[in-house]
Design a protein around this ligand. Sequence first.
Ligand SMILES: [Zn+2]
Length: 102
Amino acid sequence: MAKKDRRSQQPAFVTLRDMPGTRVMFWVVDSCPYCGERHLHVAGNLRTADPGEALGEVPAPCQPERPYVLTLPPRPKRKSGKEERRKARRDSKREAWDEDGG
Ligand SMILES: [Zn+2]
């Protein structure tokens, strides 16, 4: 991974929303890295657009000279949940065996 040199770029975490009654999607910046306010960025039409393509560097509405990078927030760890489920399945299997054997 190459380091990004531009310090002016701030990640802005987004959530995908759609406008009720329309097919237009928005990336919503809940907390702008510059002003702390909420900003909306049109991600495109639900049917025709890939909202992922609208991610990346965009000019911040409040700071046109300082772009920020629309970034998906880190998701909670799924891996541990998967492990737990597998473990639970293994435990239940062992229980079944105990019943058979006993
Ligand atoms: Zn802002």
